[in-house]
Design a protein around this ligand. Structure first.
Ligand code: ATP
Ligand code: MG
Length: 881
């Protein structure tokens, strides 16, 4: 057999199926589009689901792809079996109601035996036990002897997902690697778990639709979906044992060995680590190139786990410091010809993965500190195992790997409560399961639009604003398809053609009017809906509108221009950010409306004030330069040659639209734009904030909104100026002086208050009376609460020497009373508690306390004088008894 490289094999396969009239599509991104049933694309057919179900019309009835796949379900297998990667490429040929079993089988055989020239004696086939039709084709048409055809059960050879939807039997092609790979058992044959018979190609005959009751209805137009692991066929052709020996992957493996100073094959345990790093680094690089960011949920969490596991195994191998960056280069170099996004997003890939690597190193340090604390506690309490709760907290909250916890504990002769840890993990899984909502096979929301004829679609004809006349083909409410609507109703109107831009590519939908001979509708939004249709969100404002009528569609061009200003400015902003901040800046999201633009971008810290100003200045320079905006339609390759920036994982069709701002910014974009940057008028950043880890957001305004913004700022300034009686140009200085003055006055005020209080205290001393050598003072201070009175009492007591102070206050319609006595006064018979309870009665209150201190409240301020009298006489009585 010839030894073909992995990249070569991919090309051979795609060319072969092109020769069988298949349309070759580029791999779809790993991030599924409009499919909530999947976190990451895991098979060639996954992104083609809408074609299988008839939701969308495929660009050709025969398609062939090489699809990037991630299967985290295989994570435990990676590094252990010879045939599993978390990342792999799946070759596939697909028929959407076109050819079926006969051709699918014949072509797969032709490719394997004639193109690849794999000897027939090495090949085996499995079919579903009830699929006699497939077995017949293999035997009669292909001429394969019956001993080579194995019948397997539903488990292995029947493909179905979920409880309803398309499904069918499959047939698999196996390669016999020879006895030496076998398990040696007597009944070792195809289907055995060992490594001898390697499944490399799965042909799925999607011929049934599974019903709710579990029965199967034959599909009128059955489909073909096949999947062949590119790495697996490469391993076969290159006559190597595992995926990790395949040319492109081996290059990464060798690099890992070089970085760690380990020799592959010398130590089985180290080999596992080498393979894990080799595999995981491929996965995370490809995920990053499709815009996945490490996080604590969803696919971001998958990414984080893979990356951390790789870093962790790097440490096991004794690699010190950061080591991912050079490996990333090797991954990119080996796949960049097919996956151009790897080179295009290179700066971002490096930056985002190394930031995550750094963070993880910190996490490990933090975890070590916490673990040391746990170990101390264990030693002190004489326990031997760390409880499951603590292990799980380290693992889940601090991201500290459990194997590391175990390793460190074992070094100290300690262990972990594995059962407890497992229980916590199970609880966590339960939580995760509950969080993932049930979805249909399609994973997309079913709406009324799914019920409309899929053959009818809407053509957008509105890049240059104009009135368009077209037929109304559908009218729907949220739940029903209707024929006619009248004034006051809110519906969706679908026409054959429209000049209305439908919300998409981060740009809001158009506004405007739809008129027919009998009625008029105000359009409040425009969106894309299932089946390549465009829905006008309509409020009928006059008469009636019915299906079949001719309509005039008029876009509100003033609002469209506002939106276009924000959209064109967004393009310049992205380029300016790259120029000022760095090439790792990628668009992470964008939202352009008539009122403002919002641009999310990948960056790992806040912009400085100076960076914000530089960016703003640069964008405004490009506006002032009055750059012509040229828009051309061309092929994706041509566009890339022009230097066009593409978005993460975007699916671009054969013809792409290139928006070129005088050569400064060149982007692929389907939005509506201005013809010259000068029309933006002006650009003002109004905020820069963080939205997620590694993602920042800029909000800005242009044109009329920018003027509105400045106006508002100026108005505020005017108001401030008037309020502080200053000229506008002096406002800042004046406010500063005012604030300095204010602080000064505040200080002065404080010291004056103290002075006055002291003054008052000394004033009242003249009211002191002498009773049996004890100084007695009873006095009213209005406006003071109990605390104030107490403080005052303390001050007065100090000044009196030996004595009794009784204070009353009228505050907020209530009465506060306080009585305090020194020790000498108590010795001579004074009891504050008794004084207070006697006096409080006069003001309809109550209270009491100790001999030296008591307080009370009352409800009748009119009698405060009485209270003072009673207090004074009570004190006198006590002193003279
Ligand atoms: P296996 O039983 O070996 O895990 P599978 O039944 O899960 O394979 P399919 O879902 O039929 O595989 O996928 C089609 C093809 O994709 C397989 O025949 C194989 O060549 C390839 N493939 C599947 N999983 C992986 C993986 N984790 N790594 C590499 N190739 C894979
Ligand atoms: Mg599998």
């Amino acid at each position: 057999m010839k030894n073909y490289g992995l990249n070569e094999l991919r090309e051979m396969y795609l060319k072969f199926f092109e020769s069988k009239n298949h349309l070759r599509l580029k791999s779809f991104a790993l991030v599924p589009e409009n499919d909530k049933s999947l976190l990451l694309i895991n098979a060639g057919m996954a992104p083609l689901k809408p074609y299988f179900t008839g939701q969308e019309v495929p660009p050709s009835k025969r398609i062939t792809t090489c699809q990037k796949c991630i299967r985290t379900g295989d994570i435990e297998n990676v590094g252990k079996t010879a045939r599993h990667g978390t990342f792999f490429e799946m070759l596939g040929n697909f028929s959407f109601g076109d050819y079926f079993k006969k051709e699918a089988i014949a072509w797969s055989w032709e490719f394997v035996t004639e193109v690849l020239e794999i000897p027939v004696e090495k090949l085996y086939i499995s079919v579903y036990e009830e699929d006699e039709e497939a077995a017949e084709i293999w035997h009669k048409e292909i001429g394969l002897s019956k001993e080579k055809i194995f019948y397997l059960g539903k488990e292995d050879n029947f493909w179905e997902v979920g409880t309803v939807g398309p499904c069918g039997p499959c047939s698999e092609i196996y390669y016999d690697r020879g006895e030496s790979f076998g398990c040696g058992s007597d009944d070792c044959k195809l289907g055995c778990d060992c490594d001898r018979y390697l499944e490399f190609w799965n042909l799925v005959f999607t011929q049934f639709d599974k019903n709710e009751d579990g029965s199967y209805t034959p599909l009128p137009n059955p489909n073909i979906d096949t999947g062949m692991g590119l790495e697996r066929i490469a391993a076969i052709m290159q006559d190597v044992h595992t995926l990790f020996d395949v040319d492109t992957i081996r290059a990464i493996r060798d690099h890992v060995c070089e970085l760690s100073g380990k020799k592959y094959g010398a130590d089985a345990k180290a080999d596992v680590s080498i393979r894990v790093i080799t595999d995981h680094i491929r996965s995370v690089v490809f995920m990053a190139s499709d815009g996945v960011r490490a996080s604590n949920e969803g696919r971001g969490y998958v990414m984080r786990r893979l990356l951390r596991r790789a870093v962790r195994h790097g440490k096991i191998l004794g690699i010190e410091g950061l080591f991912l960056e050079p490996l990333i280069r090797t991954v990119v170099d080996n796949s960049k010809h097919e996956y151009t996004e790897l080179e295009e997003k290179y700066d971002y890939i490096i930056k985002s993965l190394t930031v995550e690597e750094q963070n993880f190193n910190q996490t490990i340090e933090q975890g070590l500190t916490i673990l040391e604390g746990y170990i101390d506690e264990l030693t002190k309490s004489g326990k031997k195992v760390l409880d499951g709760d603590a292990c799980f907290k380290l693992y889940d909250t601090f991201g500290f790997p459990i194997d590391l916890t175990l390793e460190i504990l074992e070094e100290k002769g300690l262990g972990i409560d594995e059962e407890g840890f497992k229980q916590e993990m199970e609880k966590q899984r339960e939580r995760a399961r509950n969080a993932q909502a049930e979805t249909s096979y399609m994973g997309a929301e079913e709406t009324i639009f799914n019920k409309l004829d899929t053959e009818v679609s809407t053509q957008f004809v509105g890049y240059t604003p104009k009135e368009v006349t077209s037929n109304i083909v559908f009218i729907t409410t949220n739940d029903n398809i209707v024929d006619e609507v009248t004034s006051g109703e809110t519906v969706f109107i679908i026409t054959a053609e429209t000049p209305f831009y439908a919300e998409g590519g981060g740009q809001a939908g158009d506004f405007g009017t739809i008129k027919t001979q009998t009625g008029e509708a105000k359009i409040t939004n425009t969106t894309k809906v299932a089946g390549a249709k465009i829905a006008h969100h309509a409020e009928i404002v006059e008469g009636t509108i019915s299906v079949g009528q001719q309509a005039t569609l008029i876009v509100d061009n003033v609002l469209r221009l506002d939106t276009a200003r924000n959209h064109s400015a967004t393009h310049i902003l992205q380029k300016a950010l790259r120029d000022v901040v760095g090439n790792h800046i990628e668009q992470a999201g964008s939202n352009v409306t008539k009122d403002r633009l919002r641009f999310d971008y990948t960056h790992f810290e806040a912009l400085t004030q100076s960076q914000i100003e530089q960016v703003e200045t640069l964008v405004n320079e490009k506006i002032l330069e009055g750059l012509d905006i040229n828009i051309v339609e061309t092929s994706i390759d041509e566009a890339k040659k022009m230097g066009a920036m593409a978005l993460f994982g975007e699916k671009y069709s054969d013809v792409v639209r290139v928006v070129d701002m005088g050569g400064y910014s060149i982007e692929l974009c389907g939005g509506t734009h201005l013809s010259n940057t000068a029309q933006i008028g002006t650009f003002k950043i109004v905020s820069e904030t963080g939205v997620a880890s590694g993602v920042r957001r800029i909000e800005a305004v242009t044109g009329r909104q920018a003027i509105e913004y400045y106006r508002l700022v100026e108005k505020t300034l005017d108001e401030v100026a008037t309020a502080i009686k200053a000229k506008k140009s002096d406002v800042a200085k004046r406010v500063e002086t005012l604030s300095v003055d204010y602080k000064k006055l505040q200080k002065e005020n404080e010291s004056l208050k103290t002075q006055i209080a002291n003054q008052k205290a000394s004033d009242v001393l003249s009211d002191v009376v002498d009773v049996a050598d004890i100084k007695v003072l009873a006095k009213q201070f209005d406006g003071m609460d109990t605390n104030g009175l107490k403080q005052m009492g303390d001050t007065l007591k100090d000044q009196l020497g030996d004595g009794v102070v009784f204070l009353a206050s009228h505050v907020d319609g209530k009465v506060s009373l306080v009585c305090m006595a020194t020790k000498a006064a108590n010795d001579k018979g004074v009891h504050c508690g008794q004084v207070i309870s006697a006096s409080a009665k006069t003001v309809d209150g109550g209270g009491g306390g100790r001999p030296n201190m008591a307080q009370a409240g009352g409800k009748n301020p009119a009698n405060i004088n009485k209270a003072l009298e009673v207090a004074l006489s009570t004190i006198k009585d006590q002193l003279t008894k």
